[in-house]
Design a protein around this ligand. Structure first.
Ligand SMILES: [Zn+2]
Length: 237
C-alpha cells in the first residue's frame, strides 16, 4: 500500500515537473535548461524554428542591437529558436536574431551540432548585454545580428545585416595581428597554442572542427582563415 502511494506521489510530482518544463519550452525562456524527456514531449521540430521578429522580441532589441540609426529593416530579420548542449552537456534553449537569408542555414547547422552533442556555452540575444559586443563575447555568448561597425573601423559589419555569427567567442577570440589586441580581453589565454589536445569546456574551432565543416558546407566564410586578423569565432555569408 505504502509503495503504491509513494509511486502515485512520484508520478504526480514527475508530471508537474514536466509540465513546468513544457511551459518553459512553450514560452521559450532563453538559456533555460530542460530535460531530454521534456524536449521529446514538446517535439524536437518545435525547438528548431524560424519566425518573424515579434513585437516582444523587437522591443527587447530597441536601442541595443537595433540602434536608432539602424538602416536594416525589421522585415529582413528573423528570430531563430535552437537547442544546444551547454558545457555540462545539458540541453539549453537558444535564440538568434539573424538575416532571413541565413535563418534556415542556422537551423540546420545548430540542429546537427545538437545531435552531435557539440558544446555551445550560451546562445541568447546580444540585447541581454545591451548590444555590447565585448560583454557578450566575454560571457562566451553566441550571437548574430547587431547593428555595428567592424571593430577598429567605420565600416558596417556583416553582423549589422545579421549575415554573420560568432560561435563560442570566449574560446575562439578575435585577434588583431597588427597590434596583438584580443577580443574579448578575457579570451587572451585562448588566442595562442590552439591545439585540439587542450582541455577546455568547448572545442577550439579549426578546420577539422564539426562547427567549421557545417558552416563551410552551407557556404559561409570563416574569420579564422583571414590574414590580417584572426576571427576564430566568426562565420559570414
Ligand atoms: Zn563576428
Amino acid at each position: 500500500m505504502k509503495a503504491i502511494l509513494l509511486s502515485i506521489i512520484a508520478l504526480v510530482c514527475c508530471s508537474f515537473f514536466q509540465m513546468d518544463e513544457l511551459t518553459v519550452l512553450k514560452k521559450w525562456t532563453p538559456a533555460a535548461v530542460v530535460s531530454d524527456d521534456a524536449v521529446k514531449a514538446y517535439g524536437i521540430d518545435s525547438c528548431f524554428t524560424v519566425s518573424a521578429i515579434s513585437d516582444a522580441v523587437f522591443s527587447r532589441m530597441q536601442g541595443k542591437s537595433f540602434k536608432q540609426n539602424c538602416t536594416v529593416p525589421r522585415s529582413t530579420l528573423r528570430y531563430v529558436k535552437v537547442l544546444h548542449r551547454n558545457v555540462d552537456g545539458k540541453t539549453q534553449l537558444g535564440e538568434i536574431v539573424c538575416n532571413k537569408s541565413i535563418a534556415n542555414d542556422l537551423v540546420d547547422i545548430f540542429r546537427k551540432l545538437y545531435e552531435a552533442n557539440y558544446k555551445v556555452e550560451r546562445i541568447v540575444l546580444i540585447d541581454e548585454y545591451d548590444g555590447d559586443d565585448e560583454r557578450s563575447m566575454a560571457a562566451d555568448n553566441t550571437s548574430s545580428f547587431n547593428f555595428r561597425v567592424v571593430s577598429g573601423t567605420t565600416k558596417l559589419s556583416k553582423h549589422a545585416q545579421g549575415l554573420a555569427i560568432d560561435v563560442n567567442p570566449l574560446y575562439n577570440p578575435y585577434i588583431h595581428l597588427n597590434n596583438g589586441k584580443v577580443e574579448p580581453a578575457n579570451g587572451k589565454p585562448y588566442a595562442t597554442n590552439r591545439s585540439a589536445g587542450r582541455k577546455l569546456p568547448v572545442t577550439f574551432i579549426d578546420t577539422n572542427d564539426l562547427c567549421y565543416r557545417l558552416f563551410i558546407q552551407h557556404g559561409f566564410r570563416w574569420g579564422g582563415a583571414w590574414r590580417t586578423v584572426k576571427d576564430y569565432q566568426h562565420f559570414e555569408k
